[in-house]
Ligand binder design. Structure first.
Ligand code: HEC
Length: 430
């Protein structure tokens, strides 16, 4: 990052910014490519921050709708900028900067190019995902006309890959950072000049936001510390690279990028995408393809067939319950709708009036084999069974497709608070 080439040769690059030595850092890149590359980095980190906040904001709050609107606006700007960057990319004939081997240059470009393609696909998938969920897509005052109908299978597939692309970017960013760590120490080209303009910043800012997002799953406090630790690590390596190369001239290397280096780099980047594509499964146990939905529960058991068991008047949440709501229960809402409307399922089934009902009997939801078996055994959701399920979903029902995103809930006090919150959120309203 901090390394500055000393007295670099000035090839006749397309960039006129010689005082900043940009043409030495990025020989052969165009001005449009440079500006769009840096703009992408800024838009991407804004978008990543918005998306993480959106996921952490309770579906019941109006702020969530506002964040969703901004998510679309910034996503659209990303798409437009990526398109401009792609068009510039196709016209550029860049060369490796002095001292960077052609193979490392090809690898850096492959990482950046694949990230660019994801910026183009993700917004399109996001649009389909919203429409398939029956959500309006508003860009400020304009509402885009929906091109597809509400459709659960499409919602699940596009949702999986829309969030899968986010995970792919995380993997690509990590690969970019690790590459930069190596190339800065060996060849003194790091996050800035080992990659096309802006891509190092893209990975650095994007990964900072990922670190923040992972640290704040439950509460916001650990976020800044985690980011500070990450930045300290990056600063330490940048300093090491600077000390190492302070008084050395760049070593001349071949600057001809061979087709083999290109092909191997492209293959490597695609493999990283495959790794990222597993992310939504690893984190939320979702798959791109919905399990066949149960049309009706067998044995005469139907949703709402049992009278409500929740007392009519529940006391308002106390301070501890409000804390559990902010840290844990928001993740229940992330996967479950809780208001009337039997078919409005998300990743998990609609939980309206779930207390006292037999397990696995919400119509129109594709349950796991484990939950179907529990239904056949006659499992009923009570304070005790719910507490045991959220304490350890896999332990209670081996093979269930549910995981609690904020982690299992072993503390009986928290279990009780979640069950109380669930009762309030899902109590029948008539
Ligand atoms: C990552 C998504 C996800 C999260 C987070 C999540 N669930 Fe679930 N939940 C599911 C899925 C998927 C199922 C269906 C499980 C199956 O078929 O095995 C389910 C099933 C259930 C059921 C059984 C419903 C039925 O019809 O029998 C209950 C109750 C439940 N979840 C409560 C909760 C609570 C309470 C929380 C928060 C602590 C929570 N869930 C968090 C995805 C999630």
């Amino acid at each position: 990052m901090a390394e500055k080439p000393r007295a670099p040769p000035r090839p006749s690059g397309a960039l006129p910014y010689s005082p900043l030595m940009l043409s030495a850092l990025w020989p052969g890149y165009s001005r449009t490519g440079l500006l769009a590359g840096w703009l992408l980095a800024l838009l991407y980190v804004t978008h990543a921050g918005l998306t993480a906040t959106l996921a952490r904001t309770d579906r019941a709050l109006p702020l969530r709708e506002e964040l969703r609107g901004w998510h679309y606006v910034v996503g659209t700007l990303l798409f437009a900028t990526a398109l401009v960057r792609l068009l510039a990319w196709l016209r550029e004939r860049p060369r490796p900067p002095a001292g960077l081997p052609a193979s490392a240059f090809a690898w850096g470009r492959a990482l950046a190019f694949v990230a660019l393609l994801l910026m183009l696909f993700a917004p399109l998938l996001g649009l389909l995902y919203a429409w398939a969920d029956g959500l309006a897509v508003r860009l400020g005052p304009v509402t885009l006309p929906a091109l597809v109908e509400r459709d659960r299978a499409l919602w699940q597939a596009t949702g999986y890959f829309h969030s899968g692309l986010g995970f792919m970017l995380v993997v690509l960013n990590l690969a970019t950072l690790l590459t930069a760590a190596c190339t800065s120490l060996r060849f003194r080209h790091g996050l800035l000049s080992a990659f096309p303009p802006g891509h190092g910043a893209f990975a650095f800012l994007g990964f900072s936001s990922t670190v923040h997002a992972f640290a704040t799953f439950r509460s916001p406090e650990p976020g800044p510390v985690a980011v500070a630790v990450f930045w300290a690590l990056v600063a330490a390596w940048a300093l090491a690279a600077w000390v190492l190369h302070r008084n050395r001239a760049p070593v001349p290397r071949s600057r001809i990028v061979s087709p083999v280096a290109r092909a191997v780099s492209a293959l490597g980047a695609v493999l990283l995408l495959g790794l990222g594509a597993l992310g939504p499964y690893g984190m939320f146990r979702v798959t791109p393809f919905a399990a066949p939905a149960d049309v009706a529960a067998e044995g005469g058991v139907e949703w709402h067939s049992r009278p409500a068991v929740i007392p009519a008047a529940l006391p308002p949440p106390d301070a501890f319950e409000r804390q559990v709501e902010a840290e844990t229960f928001k993740w229940c809402r992330f996967c479950h709708n809780m208001q009337p409307g039997g078919d409005q399922h998300k990743v998990g089934p609609n939980l309206y009036n779930i207390l006292g009902q037999r397990a696995g009997t919400v119509p129109g939801f594709g349950y796991s084999e484990a939950m179907r078996a529990a239904r056949a055994r006659g499992l009923v959701w009570t304070d005790e069974t719910l507490a045991a399920y959220i304490a350890d979903p896999q332990g209670f029902l081996p093979g269930t497709s549910m995981i609690v995103s904020s982690g299992p809930i072993p503390d009986p006090k928290v279990q009780e608070a979640v069950v109380n919150l669930l009762k309030r959120a899902t109590a029948p309203r008539d």
